[in-house]
Write a protein that binds this ligand. Sequence first.
Ligand code: TYD
Ligand code: MG
Length: 444
Amino acid sequence: MSFRCQVCGYRSPKWLGRCPQCGEYGTFEEEREAPSQVPPELSREEPPKPLPEVPAPPPERLSTGMPEVDRVLGGLVPGAVVLFGGEPGIGKSTLLLQLAANIADQYGKVLYVSGEEAPSQVKLRAQRLGRESPNLYLLSTQDLLSILNAMARVAPVALVVDSLQTVLANPEGGEVGSLAQVRESAAQLSRVAKTAGIVTFLVSHITKEGGFAGPKTVEHLVDVAVYLEGIREGDLRILRCVKNRYGSTAEVAVLEMTGKGLVEVPNPSLFFVSKEALPRPGTAIVPVLEGTRTLLVEVQALVTPAGGYGPPQRRMAGLDLNRTLVLLAVIEKHLGIHTRALDVYLAVAGGLEVTEPAADLGVCAAILSSLRDRPIPMDTVVLGEVGLAGDLRPVRKGPERLQEVAKLGFRRAIVPHQPLPKKPELEVVRAKTLREGMEALELL
Ligand code: TYD
Ligand code: MG
């Protein structure tokens, strides 16, 4: 007999009140071995084969009908198991119904299993999306055996299970949504997906409460794991890949929730820059890379004289605190500005996280722009990594970023000494040091 923490998966031979791994209370549940429920026609064991006799996978990769999503998934091979995580209400069911309909239109039958909604509800959503594909098969059940039977009967090219937390793999193995059930369901579904060559999408909710196994607990069982995230109060969503057996995990897709479901934002470069045309002090625009794609983000700074006795305020949203403390020290040392007397608040507009050092110069420029109360012209972007010696370092994919910047109508770029696009259609100022960069922006 063994017990397992339902939050992090820690295993213990006896029941524990508090999990030594994740620190949660009352999360241990007894784990019983689930009897295998795979129908015989799907579970026949294959003997091991010598490598040359192993059939090569069909070279064709399936498209989801949404190029941006394909870029993140890296193309779907038959039998691939893809985990779609995200908070409740973020749009997972909407997106998967759209993908399911697209796949059904292009390649054949798709089975969409909902454990949360009745088929009529799913139909209603499909109508709303204008996607009533005749090749889309709906099933409402929580029973793994029914899902496996339906797979055998329909023989779909793709399967959607919405959600993994509603599938009951073993009636005696604990509550629906418990770690044991979720793992067993994921394991059995991916086994069948592999034998039958069915592209399988598993939906999983992220929840903060324990007693409910989230997507993290099954990431190791799937080929691709993606998360759908909201990036601000509004309608923008980012699809981000955290694991990919078939491609890179660096890609992201920007999607927008509309009345007709999620639509791709094919050129999201400018989405993270506020629309007002007026230049404001304390704002710098930086071309950052998300995967292979350039996004323009607005770094905002508010710098005021430190009021009280304690240490000055350092607050960040969307930027790394430690990195910014280093930049403040560099500003202090190499520009001779007494930053300890200043409260510094920094934010990235649009709720995006910027971790790239390439944003350093932009962060410094925003800080100085606020301090001097002098705006940076709106047609100017700032790019470069700042070294401890106050030097400016080249950034990855500089030419690509500047090309994108020029395409979007920016006229001027402050950059380190580094390769440039062949015909830069903008004025490029190359600075060797932080000081030169700030001088070019007239911020000293
Ligand atoms: P849903 O896909 O049900 O989220 P999840 O499966 O991740 O829990 O989406 C929920 C929200 O999306 C809901 O508030 C309604 C909204 N929505 C739209 O804005 N447009 C649409 O076309 C659809 C189908 C849903
Ligand atoms: Mg849903």
